[in-house]
Design a protein around this ligand. Structure first.
Ligand code: CP
Length: 309
């Protein structure tokens, strides 16, 4: 029997075997979703303390497709606004009969106190600059489908471009992808690569030259600048961002000039004209919307497994 954590806070919470199980289950769900109905109709909830279009809707649709009951908690009208703490909120949800909560938070350690024996099952839907484990899992699923199977990803290279320092998605990808033999090149402005070398080593290199990074890559993964996490008083930084697209962004002309028409991933939301241009995002190389599509079977696989464990 596969063991699945009651709190999915980090990629570290999942064994290699569990990740393989989820990838396989997501594939099965894609072909036969009717076989994965939850007959007991558990109550699933989302609490998003930061904005989201993709993650929240993807979990909502996934829960509904599994035949679960789904309720979104609006943080603005919840009792968190009246000073109720997070533990009391979870105990209240448990008393109401909820089995699982997906939470997004700007705090890096929101779920850490609940890693063992949480009142209800918990999924990290993105926390601060720390991790976004379900995004990384759906990205691995998309990558594997792009090459026709996980085994074909071994020794492939992906360059991750941009604001790695503030990106929770990058932090989860950096932990996940090397487990499957994928090499990672980190590239972007110095400010966004700070500490990257210290924090991560296995299968990961830094290449400050954007074109050299692309030339060594089989896939490109673009990141948005996380403006909301950057100290706005840092004037030198805002000046550098003014020329971001010219110096660090990716466009179709650049890929053509390098003769590298390779798939371009983006977790979204994309800022067109900054990390990517309009022509590239509308081209067949751009797989951001495929990632969104495939997020549903992957998140259905995660919810189904957690709710059955
Ligand atoms: N990828 C992602 O987390 O997007 P949202 O912020 O729209 O959920």
């Amino acid at each position: 029997m596969l063991s699945f954590p009651s709190t999915l806070n980090s990629i570290d919470d999942l064994s290699n075997e569990t990740i393989l199980y989820l990838l396989d289950k997501a594939l099965q769900i894609q072909h036969n979703p009717e076989l994965f109905q939850l007959k007991n109709r558990p109550f699933v909830s989302t609490l998003f303390l930061e904005n989201s279009t993709r993650t929240k809707n993807s979990f909502a649709i996934s829960a509904l497709k599994l035949n679960a009951h789904y309720i979104d908690i609006n943080p603005e009208t919840s009792s968190l606004k009246k000073g109720e703490n997070f533990e009391e909120t979870l105990l209240t949800l448990k008393a109401q009969g909820f089995e699982l909560l997906i939470i997004r938070s700007s705090l890096n350690d929101q779920l850490s106190p609940f890693s063992i024996n949480p009142p209800i099952k918990l999924i990290n839907g993105g926390d601060g600059t720390r991790e976004h484990p379900t995004q990384a899992l759906l990205d691995l699923f998309t990558l594997s489908k792009t090459v026709g199977g996980l085994e074909h990803l071994k020794n492939k290279t992906i360059s991750i471009h941009g604001d790695i320092f503030h990106s929770r998605v990058a932090k989860s990808l950096i932990k996940l992808l090397p487990q499957f033999g994928i090499n990672i090149i980190l590239t972007g402005p110095d400010e966004f690569l700070n500490n990257a070398e210290n924090d991560f080593s296995k299968n990961i290199t830094i290449e400050k030259d954007r074109s050299k990074a692309i030339l060594q890559s089989d896939f490109i993964y673009l990141l948005r600048i996380q403006e909301e996490r950057i100290n706005k008083s840092d004037k030198s930084f805002s000046i550098r961002l003014k020329n971001y697209h010219e110096n660090f962004g990716i466009n179709l002309a650049l890929l053509k000039s390098l003769n590298k028409k390779i798939p371009v991933f983006h977790p979204g939301p994309a800022n067109i004209g900054i990390e990517i241009d309009d022509e590239l995002i509308k081209s067949s190389l751009y797989l951001g919307h495929t990632q969104v599509q495939l997020s549903i079977p992957m998140r259905m696989a995660i919810l189904h497994t957690m709710l059955k464990s």
